[in-house]
Design a protein around this ligand. Structure first.
Ligand code: TYD
Length: 390
């Protein structure tokens, strides 16, 4: 492993702080990024035990966003049409935003965060509030192996990917399809989105790294869809190597070529990225200094913004508060910043002059929603792809 970027001491991104604990010292860890040239894999170097992150207090709900709801619905329709599976396993089903598009006798969910699992169970779905491993895989496939396994924005959170793929391989029927979806490393590097890295995002995968891993399990990618979620993700369609029903589509070679051209197989590319990140930090701080006396708030208290704010040392002296639609986050504070999160209200110029776009990955959805504020001359601050005022 060759390290290439130090994002400093960071608190746990989704551990929103209660007012009564504001004076307490927060647990922090060193957020350092590394590149493993053997399998082209980029990861955070120091990891946090999973139980500290994914538990009954996990605040992130996929169904909060229209963009995500739409994306999952479209995929569900495509799956029904193209693969018509009888038995689906979803690993990391969050609050059921994908799962609910299927009949409850066709799909089961795996979700270790009990608060989220309970939401789906109430709707009549079978959900296991456990971490995905071989033991659980054996339990849920006792009667039949899965025709389709789906996992979005989950595998990048799990440190021991060998165990995960081993259990997936075990659970998948011979002609079964595995669909994985995660932020794309290429898009992350291109847009200098260093905030894709935080305690939960252990890996940001590329096609070339994922292919290397899959090969060890006799699995292979046969199609890739580039999707807009989470700032640019890849949706990988994967099959057993000996399953000849599906031909490998051009999209796979195209994406591999794009990644190789960009240099995802070279350490120097990551050093270059690190330099861009340092410049980005300097510029964002300059912007905040320039508008110091203005009324500045934040929008979307994402895990990603936790990395940016802590790395750039932006706190409650720069940003008055954040708006967020997630009820669990309300009246809590963004880790490491003392910035309070308030219940979302439609923006107007009385509320703010400048709004820092924490949820930059939902820029289109948010700009659409806040047309009035923009028309009134309200401005947004974003750090993606370079810090600027819009
Ligand atoms: P997201 O960027 O999906 O994830 P992460 O935390 O992994 O970086 O989180 C989006 C957050 O933004 C979530 O807390 C909900 C909030 N949000 C709003 O408050 N308003 C909106 O209009 C949208 C789209 C999101």
């Amino acid at each position: 492993m060759k390290n290439f970027l130090d994002l400093g001491l960071q608190p746990l991104a989704n551990s929103y702080v209660l007012k009564k604990n504001l004076k307490q010292k927060e647990k922090k860890f060193k957020l350092v990024l590394g590149y493993d040239p053997k399998n082209y894999l980029v990861s955070i170097v120091n990891t946090v035990p999973k139980e500290k992150m994914f538990n009954k207090n996990y605040p992130y709900k996929s169904s909060e966003s229209k963009t995500m709801r739409g994306s999952f619905l479209k995929l569900a329709q495509k799956i029904k049409k193209n693969f018509n599976p009888d038995f689906i396993i979803e690993i990391g089903c969050n609050d059921g935003v994908f799962l609910k598009n299927f009949n409850s006798n066709k799909i089961i969910g795996i979700e270790p965060c009990v608060n989220l699992a309970n939401i789906i169970k109430k709707k009549g779905y079978k959900v296991f509030s456990e971490y995905w491993d071989l033991k659980l895989a054996k339990k849920v496939t006792k009667k039949a192996k899965a025709d389709l396994i789906y996992s979005a924005n989950t595998l990048s959170h799990i440190k021991d990917y060998s165990k995960i793929f081993n259990s997936i391989k075990f659970s998948l029927s011979n002609n079964g399809i595995l669909i994985l979806e995660d932020p794309s490393l290429l898009e992350c590097l291109k847009s200098v989105a260093y905030d894709q890295f935080y305690c939960e995002h252990i890996y940001v995968f590329s096609t070339i790294s994922l292919s290397k891993i899959l090969k060890k399990f006799d699995l292979e990618i046969f199609d890739i869809e580039k999707i807009k979620t989470h700032g640019g993700s890849n949706r990988y369609f994967i099959k057993n190597k000996n399953n000849l029903t599906y031909k490998i589509k051009k999209s796979v070679k195209l994406e591999i070529n794009r990644e190789m051209r960009y240099g995802l197989n070279k350490y120097s590319t990551y050093k270059r990225f690190a330099n861009k990140v340092l410049k980005s930090k300097k510029k964002l701080i300059q912007i905040f200094n320039k508008i110091k006396n203005k009324n500045i708030i934040g929008y979307g208290a994402t895990a990603k913004s936790c990395t940016v704010l802590n790395f750039c040392k932006i706190n409650n002296s720069n940003i008055s508060f954040f708006y967020d639609t997630t009820s669990f986050k309300l009246n809590k504070y963004i880790p490491g910043t003392k910035i309070k999160i308030l219940k979302y209200k439609k923006l107007n110029r009385k509320i703010a002059d400048f709004v820092f776009l924490g949820a930059w990955n939902f820029k289109d959805e948010i700009f659409q929603k806040e047309k009035k504020f923009i028309k009134e001359g309200g401005k947004f601050i974003t750090h993606i792809p370079t810090p600027r005022i819009i």
